[in-house]
Design a protein around this ligand. Structure first.
Ligand code: HEM
Ligand code: NAG
Ligand code: NAG
Ligand code: NAG
Ligand code: NAG
Length: 322
C-alpha cells in the first residue's frame, strides 16, 4: 500500500516537473522577484494615487481585468487601440464608452518601464491593478500569480460574444462563465464586484422601467433622473450598490435580497433560482464572500495566459511591438 502510494507520487511529481520544465506554462507569484523587484510597489503607488483623485477608479480597474480575461484570456488584448486596419476590443459594445482605466494602466507601464525596461507585461499590470483596486476600496487581498505575456491580436467579435450582457438571465450567465472554466459559484462571487462602481442610465433603463422583480420605491428613485426614452441623460450614473458604492463589502448581496439589484443580470442571482442560497450566505457572511471572491479572481486570472515565448512584452500597452 505504502509503496504503491509513493510510486504514484513519484510518477505525478515527474509529470509535474516535465510539464513545467518543458512547457514553462506556470504563472508564479515570484515571477519578477529578481527581474523587477519594485513592480508590486510601483503598481500599488500609482493605483493608490489614481484612486486618491478618482475613487471610482478602483472599481474601473477591477472591471478592466474581467473584460481582458474573458476575451482571448488575460493577455492585455483589451488595451490595444484601433490603428490603421487593426481592429481592437475598445469599440466592442460592452467596452465602448464604458470601460475606464486605460490611462492608469499607461501610467503604471511608464513607471515600471523607468525601473525595469522591457520586463513586465501589460497583462500582469492589469491583473495586479485589479487586485490593488479591490484592496484599496476595502476588499480582500491575495497573491497574484504573474508571468502573463501580451497578445499581438485582439478580438472585437469575441468581446461582443463572450462578455455577458446586463440583460442576461441566470442560465445565460452560468453558461458565459462556464465557457471560461468558471463555476456558477465563481460567477455569483465575482458578481459581488458590483459592490463598487457605477452604471449608466442607458444600461439600466430596461430594468427600472420594465422589470417586475424590482423594489418599486427603488425603481422610482432611479427613474427620477433616467427617463424612459433615450436622450441627454443616457450617461447619468447610478451606483451598482445602493448602500456603499465605493466600499468593497458584501452589501451588494443585501441589495439583491431586497430586489434592489440595478442590473437585470444582478437580480437574476436572487430571483428564485439556483444561486439564492449562496446570495443569502454572502449577504450574511462577508468572510465567506471574500474567500470565494479571491478563489474566483485567481481562477479568472488563470484564463488562457500567454507564457514562455508566446506573445510579447509590449513597449506601449496600446500597440503591438513592431
Ligand atoms: C456577471 C456578469 C456581469 C455583467 C452582465 C456585468 C455588467 C456590467 C455592466 C453593464 C456594468 C456597467 C457599465 C456601464 O454602465 O457603463 C458593469 C460595471 C462594473 N462591473 Fe460588471 N458585469 C458582470 C460581472 C462582473 C465581474 C465578474 C466583475 C469583476 C470581477 C465586474 C466588475 C464591474 C465593476 C467593478 C463595475 C463598475 C465599473 C466602474 O464604475 O467603472 N463585473 N458591469
Ligand atoms: C502571500 O504569500 C506570502 C509568501 O508565501 C504569504 O506569507 C502570505 O500569507 C500570502 N498572502 C495571502 C493573502 O495569501
Ligand atoms: C435565457 O436566455 C437565453 C439566451 O438569451 C434564452 O435562450 C433562454 O430561453 C432564457 N432562459 C430562460 C429560462 O428564460
Ligand atoms: C419596455 O419593454 C417594451 C416592450 O418590450 C419596449 O418596447 C420598451 O422599449 C421597453 N422600455 C424600456 C425603457 O426598456
Ligand atoms: C437628467 O439628469 C439631471 C441630473 O441628474 C436631473 O436633474 C434631471 O432631472 C434629469 N432629467 C430627466 C428628464 O430625468
Amino acid at each position: 500500500m505504502a509503496s504503491s502510494t509513493s510510486g504514484h507520487c513519484l510518477f505525478l511529481a515527474a509529470l509535474l516537473l516535465l510539464s513545467s520544465a518543458a512547457y514553462g506554462q506556470q504563472l508564479s507569484t515570484s515571477f519578477y522577484a529578481t527581474s523587477c523587484p519594485s513592480f508590486e510597489s510601483t503598481v500599488r503607488s500609482v493605483v493608490s494615487s489614481a484612486i486618491g483623485s478618482d475613487p471610482r477608479m478602483g472599481a474601473s480597474l477591477l472591471r478592466l481585468f474581467f473584460h481582458d480575461c474573458f476575451v482571448q484570456g488575460c493577455d492585455a488584448s483589451i488595451l490595444l487601440d484601433d490603428v490603421g486596419t487593426f481592429v481592437g476590443e475598445k469599440t466592442a459594445l460592452p467596452n465602448a464608452n464604458s470601460v475606464r482605466g486605460y490611462d492608469v494602466i499607461n501610467n503604471i507601464k511608464a513607471a515600471v518601464e523607468a525601473s525595469c525596461p522591457g520586463i513586465v507585461s501589460c497583462a500582469d499590470i492589469v491583473a495586479l491593478a485589479a487586485r490593488d483596486g479591490t484592496v484599496l476600496l476595502g476588499g480582500p487581498t491575495w497573491n497574484v500569480s504573474l508571468g502573463r505575456r501580451d497578445s499581438t491580436t485582439a478580438s472585437k467579435d469575441e468581446a461582443n460574444r463572450d462578455l455577458p450582457s446586463p440583460a442576461a438571465n441566470l442560465s445565460a450567465l452560468i453558461t458565459a462563465f462556464g465557457n471560461k472554466g468558471l463555476s456558477a459559484q465563481d460567477m455569483t462571487a465575482l458578481s459581488g464586484a458590483h459592490t463598487v462602481g457605477f452604471t449608466q442610465c442607458r444600461v439600466y433603463r430596461g430594468r427600472i422601467y420594465n422589470d417586475t422583480n424590482i423594489n418599486q420605491p427603488f425603481a422610482k428613485l432611479r427613474q427620477s433622473n433616467c427617463p424612459a426614452t433615450p436622450g441627454v441623460n443616457d450617461t447619468v450614473l447610478a451606483p451598482l450598490d445602493l448602500q456603499t458604492e465605493l466600499a468593497f463589502d458584501n452589501a451588494y448581496y443585501g441589495d439583491l435580497l431586497k430586489s434592489k439589484g440595478l442590473l437585470h443580470s444582478d437580480q437574476e442571482l436572487y430571483n428564485g433560482g439556483s444561486q439564492d442560497t449562496l446570495v443569502k450566505k454572502y449577504s450574511s457572511n462577508s468572510a465567506a464572500f471574500f474567500a470565494d471572491f479571491v478563489t474566483a479572481m485567481i481562477k479568472m486570472g488563470n484564463i488562457n495566459p500567454l507564457t514562455g515565448t508566446s506573445g510579447q512584452i509590449r513597449a506601449n500597452c496600446a500597440v503591438v511591438n513592431n
